[in-house]
Design a protein around this ligand. Sequence first.
Ligand SMILES: [Mg+2]
Length: 214
Amino acid sequence: MIKVVSFDVDGTLVSPDFNDFIWFEVLPRLYAEKRSLNIKKAKDEVFKEYNRIGADDSRWYSLDFWLDYFRLDSDQNSLLNKYADKVTLYPDVLPSLGKLSLRYDLVVGSGMPDDFIEIKMRKDNIKRFFKRTFSSISEFGLVKKDESFYVRMCQELGIDPHQLAHIGDHYQVDYLAALQAGALAFHLDRKQEREKHLGTIYDLNDLEKRLETR
Ligand SMILES: [Mg+2]
């Protein structure tokens, strides 16, 4: 019996454009202004540093870290707030969260830092649907969601993994890792890119049916 349904955020509830915009446009632009470089040169230098630190390093995920690293005169909160209107929900999100929240406890299970999750939860106040948010990096220091993330999430929620259903757009960190933890998992393949398998769903309306008929 499923008690809690957990959602990934980027690619699942909101379009990943916001993060890409912050990392690949806003930061290089600030860097270019600070050092009077053209944007192309600024992007080259900024991306080189991103690669040098690398996504296995937890600092890589912190906007404040990078603002400090590049000596830019801005802080994470004001930047995120400034561009909050760039967050875009997928059209199936509000109707399906509305319905699912009547039958299940909903939580967020994301690999993004807390502050990024928070800014996205403000869009159309989708935060109201969720009992809790879990950030693998902010809460457990995990740069990627893995089996242990889902196990620890269940411990915090006081449920067994088989009482959790997780849904997300990443085949490994959302689908396989949640299955390995013993949860029910769905791979949200919005672009229908992968070969269809048992856990595939194409949109969130589909999820409601799948949870009902299992
Ligand atoms: Mg995702």
